[in-house]
Design a protein around this ligand. Structure first.
Ligand SMILES: C[S@@+](CC[C@H](N)C(=O)[O-])C[C@H]1O[C@@H](n2cnc3c(N)ncnc32)[C@H](O)[C@@H]1O
Length: 269
């Protein structure tokens, strides 16, 4: 069934993960805390996370809606395991990728605009809940779920609202819990995976430092030969440079753990 489309999104950060880093999955993952920081272990952490979600789909559930389905890897895996799955995303690139590679229904819209034409056994929001207005998360899920159906949310939330850039993404944890409570969906399972997820930021920081070191080495000669012009350029771009420095907090695992919490919730209608 066609659903209403508003403001199609084209998320460049997500394209960076998939097109540049070659990551098929767009979530943090669940690390084994002793694992070395390698790309292979990041991929393994993401697969561990995906298996954790699948293992927690309640017994007997078959009709699944993957909200914010990203590259569609979870949908593909669920189809392979015999579930009836549909994907949903407002991102134009994800729509094209999904329709090219996956033979199942795709809803090209935001979840808050979704008009369900059927009842699902389970709705999965894997790192997509944070993009959806809180009221709509529960209201639309309740409309789309059959009686006794489940809503699975796995995402990060802001615990400390005074942590600058770090407090800007993710729902406020207290508000999320309050809205969930008033929605009357019942929490039937819960797990805190903050530490296991935050390790992805350690590897991001490691890569960022290597890239910056490379840029530093390559620009050494220019900085030395054209010291005045270099100073002028730094002054000209001072605001951008400041912003980049602030944004480095976004890939600081310790700061993430102080400001945020990454949790798995399974709700039942
Ligand atoms: C971080 S990605 C997670 C992708 C995938 N679920 C995963 O775990 O790899 C966030 C996803 O949410 C989608 N999204 C953003 N805003 C949305 C909205 N309002 N409603 C539904 N999905 C949304 C994005 O297009 C993207 O697919």
């Amino acid at each position: 069934m066609p659903t209403k489309v508003k403001e199609p999104k084209n998320d460049r950060a997500l394209r960076f993960y998939s097109d540049v880093l070659g990551l098929e999955r767009l979530h943090y993952g669940i690390w084994d805390l002793d694992d070395e920081l390698t790309l292979e272990n990041l991929k393994a952490a993401q697969e561990r996370y995906e298996n954790y979600l699948i293992d927690n789909i309640p017994e007997g559930a078959n009709r699944i809606l993957d909200v914010g389905c990203g590259t569609g890897v979870l949908c593909k895996e669920l189809l392979k395991r015999g579930f009836q799955v549909e994907g949903l995303s407002p991102d134009i690139n994800q729509k094209e990728n999904f329709q090219k590679n996956i033979q199942t229904t795709f809803h090209f819209c935001r979840f808050e605009d979704f008009d369900p034409q059927t009842e699902y056994d389970c709705i999965i929001m894997s790192e997509s809940c944070q993009y959806i207005p809180l009221d709509s998360v529960f209201e639309v899920a309740k409309k789309a779920l059959k009686e006794g159906g489940h809503l699975m949310v796995c995402d990060y939330f802001v615990k400390d609202t005074a942590k600058g850039v770090l407090s800007r993404s993710g729902h406020n944890y207290t508000n999320f819990k309050k809205t969930a409570e008033t929605s009357e969906l019942e929490i039937v399972k819960h797990r805190d995976i903050t530490k296991e997820a935050a390790k992805t930021l350690e590897i991001a920081k490691l890569w960022a430092e290597k890239i910056l070191l490379g840029a530093d080495i390559l620009s050494e000669k220019i900085r030395y030969k054209h010291a005045r012009s270099w100073k002028f350029l730094c002054w000209l771009f001072r605001k951008k440079i400041n912003r980049v420095n602030q944004d480095r907090d976004l890939i600081d695992a310790e700061k993430f753990i102080e400001a945020k919490t990454y949790e798995f919730f399974l709700f039942q209608k």
